[in-house]
Design a protein around this ligand. Structure first.
Ligand code: COA
Length: 378
């Protein structure tokens, strides 16, 4: 932690909340989600089970899970105002993340459910519909109506293409959504907590969190990470391309983390999920290329940035897995939001229950006792 008379730039090292949702150990490379080591939860649970776990602090029984699945499925269709906005945004060539930010704000026109849990279900259910519908509208295709017989992950893939996805792809996406569902007090989660801490509403919190997630230093990195893999093309070019980027002062997307000083455990889980999915239903050559790019990048980063411990982060294998699922790069970050929304909302519940208004201080570094110069004399 770097503090200077109580000032910690970027709030690095400051503990600003207590949570039962996730535990991040950046030195051990460990992530616990509501008591489960990440790999155990991410690879076994459906997304709905993870949502229930975060919102209720325990796994659902069969009836509870069936009820949640049915409720979410019934809430998926978008209000007409949201669809109208998405059509206009597509005509204006708005980016998918900006469209998601705008559309999420329309989910409550002031007449929505009053209780927090009902609002949270509505948000989780509809965010996926917004992303899929907007993707199709941008391609001049009509949105595909949600299929209530499918689970959250399968239905998202179905709404993108209109075709029922393979089991391997559904499992790949469930694992991805579970993996990114929560991660301590990251920037977007903090933004959501700050907003509800003022006793504002959940839709405002999620809209603000989407704005925070959009930036390339947070959720915006997987697209560029994949672009780098494609730019490299073949393993023998990795060294030269990455070396040139580092010499030009560029950051390698998908590497480095504020908290993790070892390999991000999410990279481990997503790398394994990508391997499994590519083996069953994809292009193993691309997976092998990505492995070799990763190895070269980590080696070169150690040389160019000694002592910084720059390792693979979540975004690198996110890019590979989501590409393997058939997703275009411009919906990688919106898909991250579909998973993380459940975590944002769980943090909102904690903040509402236990939290205080979040109001840190700033240290004034400007001049004092300035002389007032009348306008005519300036
Ligand atoms: N490639 C090259 N250099 C990197 C780097 C990367 N991916 N990540 C960090 N560095 C370097 C910085 O240039 C800096 O070097 P310097 O001190 O010589 O100037 C040093 O490492 C520390 O960087 P800093 O920005 O202070 O660390 P941070 O904790 O704020 O950064 C990230 C964390 C994630 C923002 C940063 O690692 C990054 O930009 N990564 C690439 C984007 C990315 O993958 N984002 C997704 C995060 S999950």
């Amino acid at each position: 932690m770097s503090t200077n008379n109580g000032y910690a730039p970027g709030l690095e090292g400051i503990v600003a909340a207590e949570t039962e949702l996730s535990h991040v150990d950046g030195l051990k490379g460990e992530l616990i989600i509501a008591g489960f080591p990440l790999a155990r939860l991410a690879t076994n649970a459906t997304f709905e089970e993870t949502v229930f776990l975060l919102w209720h602090g325990r796994l659902p029984n069969q009836q509870e899970l069936a009820a949640l699945k049915n409720e979410l499925a019934a809430l998926r269709p978008l209000p007409p105002a949201t669809l109208t906005l998405l059509r206009e945004a597509a005509d204006a060539h708005t980016t998918p993340m900006d469209a998601l930010r705008m559309a999420s704000a329309t989910l409550d026109l002031g007449s929505g459910p009053q209780d927090h849990l009902a609002t949270a279900k509505m948000i989780v259910a509809r965010l996926a519909t917004i992303v899929a519908s907007y993707h199709r509208l941008r391609q001049r295709q009509e949105p595909v109506a949600p299929n209530p017989a499918l689970g959250h992950a399968a239905n998202f893939l179905y709404m993108l293409t209109g075709e029922a996805p393979s089991d391997a792809r559904v499992r790949g996406l469930e694992t991805y959504l579970n993996t990114v569902v929560d991660h301590g007090l990251n920037a977007s989660t903090f933004a959501a907590r700050v907003i509800v801490a003022t006793q504002s509403d959940l839709v405002s919190a999620i809209t603000g969190a989407i704005g925070a997630l959009k930036g390339p230093l947070h959720g915006g990195a997987p697209g560029p990470a994949l672009d780098t893999v494609f730019e490299i093309g073949t393993a023998d070019r990795a060294e030269a391309v990455l070396q040139a980027k580092l010499e030009a002062g560029e950051r390698l997307m998908g590497f480095g983390h504020r908290v993790y000083k070892v390999r991000d455990p999410r990279a481990e889980v997503l790398g394994a999920a990508a391997e499994k999915m590519f083996q069953a239903d994809g292009d193993m050559a691309l997976y092998e290329l990505a492995k070799s790019v990763e190895e070269t990048a980590v080696r070169l980063l150690a040389i160019h940035k000694p002592g910084r411990n720059l390792q693979t982060n979540v975004e690198f294998y996110t890019a590979l897995l989501l590409h393997g699922l058939g997703l275009d790069t411009d919906i990688f970050t919106p898909t991250f939001a579909i998973g993380r929304t459940a975590g944002w909302l769980a943090h909102c519940f904690e903040q509402i229950k236990y939290g205080r208004l979040i109001r840190p201080q700033s240290r004034y570094t400007g001049v004092m006792n300035r002389e007032w110069v009348p306008l005519a004399e300036r």
